[in-house]
Write a protein that binds this ligand. Sequence first.
Ligand SMILES: Cc1ncc(COP(=O)(O)O)c(C=O)c1O
Length: 403
Amino acid sequence: MHYDFTTIYDRHGMDALAVDGVGSMPGFSPDAPKNGTTFLPMWVADMNFATVPTIPQAIAARIQHPLFGYFRPSEAYYKAIIDWQRTQNGVEGLLPEHIGYENGVLGGVVSALNVYCSKGDNVLVLSPTYVGFTSSLENNGYHIIHSELKRDEHGIWRMDYPDMEEKIVRHKIHATIVCSPHNPCGRVWERWELEQAMELFRKHDVMVVSDEIWSDLTMPGYQHIPTQSISEDAKLRTIALYAPSKTFNLAGLVGSYHVIYNKLLRDRVDKESSLSHYDEMNVLSMHALVGAYSAEGRQWLTELREVLQSNIDYVCDFLEAQLPGVTCAKPQGTYMVFVDCTQYCAAHELTMDTILKRGWDAGVGWQDGRPFHGAHHIRLNLALPHALVIEACKRMKQSVFCD
Ligand SMILES: Cc1ncc(COP(=O)(O)O)c(C=O)c1O
């Protein structure tokens, strides 16, 4: 490997919710470990790897010029996004006018829904569901209608199209969120799956917010397919959201963007996000994106995906071989594994509270899957050095699934 994915960084006191937020958000963050055990951060969705060097280099170069006044996004910013979307996702014809800054992807989701819906409207969301969708939709007065993903005969999470259609009709739904790749289930949707979903949305006039924040983090062999590339109709009924934050561990720098081809929607979203007067870019975040979306960024990402694949393989094989009753569908994208403890809990008459607590006490900083609508699930972040993943598995066997 050319880049470093093995150094174990001490992130304490370095602006890291993953370690400093432990025990601070009941129901969301893990409890602190017991007896001075080391803490393994495997919950909030950021990575324990240093990012690609071109990012700090780009920021450092900009800081040399110590004036930080008002600014407009540079040509280099738009060019970086257009080139990135072409090489990563095969997107042709993307122009600067289609791209718009968003402070966060969730903010973009809410702006898009505000354009599509009236307060109190029903919005279709697939379940299990990213907890951020639940909180931001509820916070903004939308009513979530879930359609459950189902695992097929090979254990792969699939959309249930008849259920989606029935709910769209029954609840008069005209807006939905597509999460692609899917957090927390790790699906990289195949073209036919997106085609079938988009056909349903066309048939029933459902407008689409496509959250593609995880689009770069597909495992080797899996290709992300932008929702807007499915058809001309999909292109015009979809507001897509992207960011370098998951890919390059930049959440703390803030900076996402939308792609909207439909001029009417674009103007409405711009208006909507202008209302708060808070949706403006930070100049260092702009330079970070340009540093990220570069040839070196691409090379770093190729290596990162291999590292994540080996972590995912290790954990999934470990569960299967060593922890009877604890299962998962192997993620095709993201760095999250949604671990299913249903059988283990039943066999040993244990609750999820007990399982989670045993892990936290042993320093396995995993996340309760229930807020993601997994009744007996744990969301496990595998973006950390392989040695720590091995250690986490060891602790799971010794201290959690040890009955
Ligand atoms: C699917 C998805 N969307 C959005 C976000 C949050 O994005 P942002 O911090 O840009 O709002 C996350 C973070 O984990 C996510 O998994």
